[in-house]
Design a protein around this ligand. Structure first.
Ligand SMILES: CC(C)(COP(=O)(O)OP(=O)(O)OC[C@H]1O[C@@H](n2cnc3c(N)ncnc32)[C@H](O)[C@@H]1OP(=O)(O)O)[C@@H](O)C(=O)NCCC(=O)NCCS
Length: 194
């Protein structure tokens, strides 16, 4: 079976597609992604200008990954970052390679974006090999990712997750020394994370 990975900017996706995404994410994370009612609950904040990757089987949206954008300041430098977000496969369709294909497509898309300096996100340690296989994402044990400096902000340390990071642009590569052995602040509102 082959499924095509489709892609669109989330903010430009038709309501029907946004609803399909919300329904699938709700199945995977019932607490974090409430069931969409009359009003569609957004999978991604508008300002993060997410790119959506998704695939269908028999007319059903079964696998999803988002790439969100954020501009951050780190050690006086400005970086545009891309982060994988809301990576999920419908539980009934696990183990068919859908997740690998979605993350591979999202990663290839990030690689082609000239304006993304580096990619960064977190995952459960058990998924490390999944992301290595899907997009050559390495775990960076010397980087701590924090949602913000707020005392209630989420962080890779408090969540017990690993940080995955790839440097893409010449600028990011030139500044590798300040992007390693460090804490990277996403400057998100409290509760938001990657
Ligand atoms: C992670 C997830 C998206 C993988 O989706 P999937 O379509 O089942 O993935 P694939 O079929 O492409 O799996 C590829 C490989 O990853 C492994 N893998 C998949 N999910 C895994 C998990 N939760 N833990 C450990 N390994 C996992 C599979 O065993 C498989 O390896 P194999 O080919 O050697 O058997 C899916 O398990 C999921 O939706 N999980 C819940 C949400 C989640 O945790 N998302 C990640 C947030 S960072």
């Amino acid at each position: 079976m082959t499924t095509t990975v489709q892609s669109i900017y989330y903010n430009q996706a038709p309501e029907t597609l946004q609803r399909e995404i919300a329904i699938m994410l709700h199945q995977v994370w019932p607490d974090a992604c409430p069931m969409p009612g009359a009003k569609i609950l957004e999978a991604h904040d508008k300002e993060l200008n997410a790119r959506s990757f998704y695939s269908y089987i028999d007319g059903k949206l079964v696998s999803y990954a988002g790439v969100v954008h954020k501009t951050i300041k780190h050690n006086g430098q400005t970086f545009n970052i891309g982060g994988l977000s809301s990576v999920a496969t419908d539980p009934e369709y696990h183990g068919q390679g859908l997740g690998l294909r979605i993350v591979a497509a999202a990663t290839q898309w990030i690689e082609k974006q000239r304006d993304i300096d580096f990619g960064i996100f977190t995952c459960n340690p058990s998924l490390t090999s999944f992301y290595t296989r899907a997009g050559a994402w390495p775990v960076v044990t010397d980087v701590v990712l924090i949602g913000s400096r707020d005392e209630d902000a989420l962080s890779s340390e408090s969540l017990d997750v690993v940080v995955l990071m790839r440097l893409f642009s010449e600028k990011a590569k030139a500044y590798e020394s300040i992007l390693r052995h460090t804490t990277i602040n996403l400057d998100f509102p409290v509760g938001q994370f990657l």
